[in-house]
Design a protein around this ligand. Structure first.
Ligand SMILES: [Fe+2]
Length: 289
């Protein structure tokens, strides 16, 4: 499927228009960090429903394992990492060439991020079975990253992509506690009706959501489903220039779902080539993690 397509063909032009409308609607509805997967999923559903309705139920059912059951509750793990492990990780941070990291994150989130440092990839694999037990399903590692927040750290309300269905978030080092607020598990917000200007407060002040603050000390961790639990941190209060918070995120997804979790595979997996217009749309390619 060419992108852009041959619009001189009337049927192709009509299908392309359907895709563009679906993309536009999804972009208007979901505005938070890391929402691009949900945008693609929502637009893909709309496109399949219009062009190949007989394949919609298969698409939805195949994606189903990426959803989170409502019975899961956040698990707090005090001293998940001991002092020795924390020192090893701090050393790994110290010896990593931070300059290679993305400046985008620095400006928008007040942080530097470092993806998949080899010793941390090993550490993540080592805890897979423990995480499987906690979340109640077999999982596999997806990716990990260190998030080195400065005093300008920002973490607005959002949900993660299901590629990061499960998160093990551990505090490595900090100048002061930076509470993490987590909602209960909810359905994917496919019908989110927040306004363009007030979508943040529409989430945080939603009376149907119950946010709980988690105050992690170095070594403490929390396990949650970031793709079905809203989460955010308030700006560091009264932060001075030397304040910081170094966090490590291990992300997991259900074992065997890596292929369906990648939207780029959907046109082939579901034999709907027009989905290529959605999964490769420029509007849906911004950075996420
Ligand atoms: Fe997140």
């Amino acid at each position: 499927m060419h992108n852009p397509p041959d619009l001189s063909d009337k049927a192709t032009a009509q299908s392309y228009l359907v895709a563009q409308r679906a993309i536009h609607r999804a972009c208007q509805r979901y505005r938070w960090y890391d929402c691009n997967w949900l945008r693609k999923y929502s637009a893909a559903k709309e496109l399949i429903e219009k062009l190949r309705p007989e394949r919609l139920s298969n698409f939805i059912e195949t994606i189903e394992p990426l959803r989170t059951g409502g019975s899961f509750t956040t698990r707090e793990l005090r001293s998940a990492f001991d002092k020795r492990k924390l020192i090893e990780i701090r050393d790994a941070i110290k010896h990593h060439p931070i300059g290679n990291s993305s400046s985008y994150e620095k400006e928008k989130f007040g942080r530097v991020i470092v993806h998949d440092l080899p010793p941390l990839v090993d550490l993540q694999r080592d805890i897979e079975s423990e995480i499987s037990t906690i979340v109640g399903e077999e999982i596999e590692s997806s990716y990990n990253f260190l998030s080195l927040y400065s005093n300008l750290g920002v973490c607005e309300p959002h949900m993660d992509s299901p590629i990061a269905k499960w998160t093990f978030d551990v505090c490595i080092e900090q100048s002061k506690v930076w509470p993490l607020y987590l909602s209960q598990v909810v359905d994917w917000p496919e019908t989110f009706a927040g306004s363009a200007d007030n979508w943040r407060s529409d989430i945080v002040d939603d009376p149907n959501l119950t946010f709980t603050a988690y105050n992690l000390e170095p070594g403490d961790a929390v396990v949650f489903s970031g793709s079905s639990q809203w989460h955010y941190r308030e700006p560091l209060s009264q932060a001075g220039p030397d304040d910081f918070c170094n966090l490590l995120f291990f992300h997991f997804l259900p074992r065997g779902t890596r292929e369906i979790a990648r939207a780029g595979n959907w046109p082939r997996l579901f034999a709907v080539p027009e989905l290529e217009w959605i999964v490769s749309a420029a509007a849906l390619q911004s950075a996420s993690s």
